[in-house]
Design a protein around this ligand. Sequence first.
Ligand SMILES: NC(=O)c1ccc[n+]([C@@H]2O[C@H](COP(=O)([O-])OP(=O)(O)OC[C@H]3O[C@@H](n4cnc5c(N)ncnc54)[C@H](OP(=O)(O)O)[C@@H]3O)[C@@H](O)[C@H]2O)c1
Length: 287
Amino acid sequence: MRIIVIGVTGQLGRIAAETLLEKVPADRLIAVARNVEKAAWLAEKGVEVRHGDYNDLASLLKAFEGGGKLLFVSSSEASDETLRALQHATVTRAAKMSGITHIAYTSIFRAQESRLALSLLHRTTENMIRLSGIPYTFLRNTFYTEVFVNESLRQAVESGALVTPIATAGLNTASRADMAKAAAAVLTSDGHENRIYEITAPKLWTMKELAQILSDVSGKPVVLKPATAAEYAKILVGWGMPEPAAAMFAALYAQLDEGEFAQTSDDLTRLIGETTPLEAVVKRALA
Ligand SMILES: NC(=O)c1ccc[n+]([C@@H]2O[C@H](COP(=O)([O-])OP(=O)(O)OC[C@H]3O[C@@H](n4cnc5c(N)ncnc54)[C@H](OP(=O)(O)O)[C@@H]3O)[C@@H](O)[C@H]2O)c1
């Protein structure tokens, strides 16, 4: 059965496609992109690349022609949640009309219970997929470690202070690559229909530990400096982030400090084996 990947030109989709190509022949994959040129590297490897836009049902019906399994990467249109819901409904409808036999959807950690505002879209999408009747796997991805561990940490190394509103809570983040590999595993092995996986690291980490790793990796002392959400929002604005986005991130991080992502699951380890250690992500970010 063919495997269709939508969102294949994004960071997660790309690694998922690379991992799938290690497991199945190229002619079993179909890559769907709104900008097919961005998927040229896949065409060069013998993967069929089709045009498909989450906003355009007709394009998706063509893209999903012949059916198969679908890796449905959630849309990145972050500025408008109602538009994203509409896009997700369009993808789900196209999947239903095209005879897709299994949808693996990139949801969010504890989608149905989470208090985070951004979980609403994923809860809605999970329910839409359930309504479609298509067998599903919900890959309830926690935050990517890279959301916190990225090149912005160079600033923490330079100043010697890791400023964050997430002062104490443990975080269950996992690397984006590990999540992509989990998606590929679900699409290439049996027994995942109508299953829900809480995709987290097997062990929590804290910002204090991150500060220590930054010190170890850089050779310069870095200490944790807790900030209130309001203080952190000001810092983000100082870094050039627009005020509404800064307020949203600061509020989100404050919720994380209340322990919203402080539970772990073994699902990711069961799907891919050993996960990427935090230190490896830090080294990549500072390289
Ligand atoms: N777990 C987390 O921490 C976290 C963080 C951020 C986002 N997310 C969610 O996870 C998804 C995947 O993450 P990512 O890092 O791979 O994001 P990304 O790099 O922004 O990739 C998003 C993908 O969706 C495609 N896309 C967006 N709108 C589309 C449309 N109208 N029609 C067709 N394709 C469209 C993009 O195509 P183009 O290449 O053409 O733009 C891209 O391939 C995101 O979209 C977002 O929903 C999760």
